[in-house]
Design a protein around this ligand. Sequence first.
Ligand SMILES: [Zn+2]
Length: 91
Amino acid sequence: MVEKSAQEPKKTKKKKIKFTTPELMSEAMERLRSWQADRKADLTCPNCGAPGVKIKDRSARPHSEWYAFKCTACGLDDAIHIPMASHRPPA
Ligand SMILES: [Zn+2]
């Protein structure tokens, strides 16, 4: 057993992680698809890989879909926006 007590607690405000790279965005999309398939599934963070990332459906239907991601481990806090294809202007 190894105990590491040398780690100092960080007092600085945690930086919020955003989906700034295409890689991170596609990782997040994968999580979103798994979550949509099974909302009770255990998901890992698209950024740091820690379990327990939270996804929240904040969609404003029928115009667009919003899915907010939150990870307490790394500070990920952003949302994916998906414009809905069914929203079409009247012909
Ligand atoms: Zn994370």
